[in-house]
Design a protein around this ligand. Structure first.
Ligand SMILES: O=P(O)(O)O[C@H]1[C@H](OP(=O)(O)O)[C@@H](OP(=O)(O)O)[C@H](OP(=O)(O)O)[C@@H](OP(=O)(O)O)[C@H]1OP(=O)(O)O
Ligand SMILES: Nc1ncnc2c1ncn2[C@@H]1O[C@H](COP(=O)(O)OP(=O)(O)O)[C@@H](O)[C@H]1O
Length: 486
């Protein structure tokens, strides 16, 4: 194991990923705060749980072709230590509050989804990879929601205001997940262009495995479309029939947005419609009031095109179905979490029987399929809703990876699906990543965060709108603050 054969690829809040220079594989390490020490056995079990959850649950829900579980590997400690030193300088400053686990030697070995999943070794052909973290694609429909605003504005759009206020990002994104999940091409184009204008942690673009676009952190340079277009022009205009300049930038961005939309709408996983086909169904308003797309149409006196509906076989549709396992919203779920907590305080040894920390096996999966919301007062009902909520949170925070490789003329030899663009054709693959089941212990944090997000939105944005409204129409607006009990 030579650390010089591996290079830094990316990281999130919990994991850090390095990619092999030649082979189509990555190593995904857990990260921990400096003072947090887990035993090697605990880390092994944590990683094995991720693999089991992917195999037994997410492959069932999202489809065999989209989910890659990988396997737990044990690495020489010296290699891990040398690797950690080598990549430290590549890491965004905002991620350095946690360190790579260099004590256990365990990591997940996964296919490199930033490359096409066909050859074991890096393709000789150029590869363009677009990673989208779409976030939650529906507005809560639960009657347990205590403020009307949560039935009108989506979590992502509300959360943007708190994120900018706390300095996580510099400006509010025009992206709204409901536009991307709508299946309506105009709305999807707008959503993708908004991500290209303000990537935050929702969009990354890799060229031949190298990150060429997407904020490493809030201090990264602003989006530069002309530089991006320079990178992408050979993919979309291979015959170089397009002189550089603003029109070229616009043309390249337009091609990129259209190709990504076509791929997202492809039902490339011909597997069954997914285990939740009789699932909660698409409920809640089809449009978020805060989406700039729908606001601009409203100003013109037009209605926003409703959801055109996503093809049932596409990954966006299946991901949304899993997200909608959040049947009660955190406000309806939290009292049930407290019921499970009280039971565990009385019978702590039951934690294993309840499979809160796994094993995430077939039995765990089967219990997720009970979508009833009639509370019979039992711990069993509460536990099922808590487990479903954890799975829904996971689907709300996963990422979709799209890998595109220009087709050679004799594309017939290619087994992969092909997507056309105006002047080019691409073999493509679609995958989902970051499917770690969210921890049971994160539910209180979700409840508090939900209250903070809604309160901040009401106090600032809604109040400001109300002031503008009342100034204009001299009507009083009642801005009720939402205070969650914690
Ligand atoms: O801040 P990041 O880039 O580490 O991402 C956070 C998620 O923040 P964001 O909203 O900017 O995507 C955070 O999601 P929410 O803010 O809560 O919506 C996410 O927490 P969960 O709610 O538990 O999903 C957090 O995930 P983990 O704490 O790592 O499980 C993290 O997402 P990732 O970095 O993609 O894991
Ligand atoms: N199998 C993979 N192939 C290619 N890139 C990957 C793979 N898994 C993760 N990554 C990259 O590493 C980044 C962080 O990984 P992720 O699992 O999202 O970390 P976290 O769990 O902390 O959110 C991702 O945003 C993605 O760019």
């Amino acid at each position: 194991m030579d650390e010089n054969e591996w290079r830094y690829h990316g990281e999130g809040n919990k994991s850090l990923v390095v990619a092999h220079a030649q082979r189509c594989v990555v190593l995904r390490f857990l990260k921990f705060p400096p003072n947090r020490k887990k035993t090697s056995e605990e880390i092994f079990q944590h990683l094995q749980n991720i693999v089991d959850f992917g195999k037994n649950v997410m492959k069932e829900f999202l489809g065999e072709n989209y989910v890659h579980c990988g396997e737990v590997v044990q690495l020489p400690l010296d290699f891990v230590k040398q690797l950690c030193l080598k990549i430290q300088c590549e890491r965004p400053e905002s991620r350095c509050d946690k360190d790579l686990d260099t004590l256990s030697g365990y990591a997940l070995c996964l296919p490199n989804l930033a490359r096409l999943q066909t050859y074991q070794f890096a393709e000789r052909r150029p590869i363009l990879c677009v990673e989208i973290k779409p976030k939650c694609g529906f507005i809560p429909f639960s009657s347990d929601v205590t403020h009307d605003m949560k039935h009108r504005v989506c979590r992502y759009c509300m959360h943007q205001h708190l994120k900018v206020a706390t300095g996580k990002w510099k400006q509010i994104s025009k992206y709204c997940p409901l536009d991307l999940y709508s299946g309506n091409k105009q709305r999807m184009y707008f959503a993708l262009k908004s991500l290209l204008q303000e990537a935050q942690n929702n969009l990354k673009i890799f060229k031949n495995g190298e990150l060429i676009y997407g904020c490493k952190d809030a201090r990264s340079p602003m989006a530069d479309w002309s530089e991006l277009a320079h990178h992408l022009k050979p993919f979309f205009f291979p015959s170089n029939g397009l002189a550089s300049g603003p029109h070229c930038t616009r043309a390249v961005i337009r091609e990129l947005v259209r190709v990504i939309t076509r791929v997202l709408l492809s039902g490339s996983d011909k597997g069954r419609a997914g285990a939740l086909r009789s699932g909660p169904g698409l409920r809640g308003p089809p449009v978020c009031e805060a989406s700039p797309f729908s606001r601009s149409l409203r100003c013109q006196g037009k209605n926003t095109p409703e959801r055109s509906g996503l093809p049932k076989g596409c990954l966006l549709y299946k991901t949304l179905q899993v997200q909608m396992l959040d049947l009660l919203d955190i406000e309806g779920l939290y009292p049930l979490y407290r019921r499970v907590e009280r039971y565990l305080e009385e019978f702590p040894e039951e934690r294993k029987t309840l499979q809160i920390d796994g094993p995430y096996d077939e039995a765990f999966y089967q219990r997720l399929l009970d979508l009833s919301t009639e509370d019979d007062g039992t711990v069993a009902f509460a536990l099922t809703k808590v487990q479903q909520y954890r799975v829904a949170m996971t689907a709300k925070d996963c990422s979709i990876m799209i890998a595109l490789s220009p087709c050679l003329q004799d594309a017939s030899s290619d087994q992969r699906p092909v997507v056309p663009s105006s002047r080019s054709r691409f073999a493509f693959s679609v995958s989902v990543l970051d499917l770690d089941l969210k921890p049971y212990e994160s539910i209180p944090h979700q409840y508090k965060l939900d209250g903070k997000i809604v309160n901040y939105y009401l106090k600032t944005v809604h109040a400001k709108d109300a002031t503008v409204m009342s100034t204009r129409f001299k009507e009083s607006e009642d801005c009720t603050l939402v205070l969650h009990k914690v």
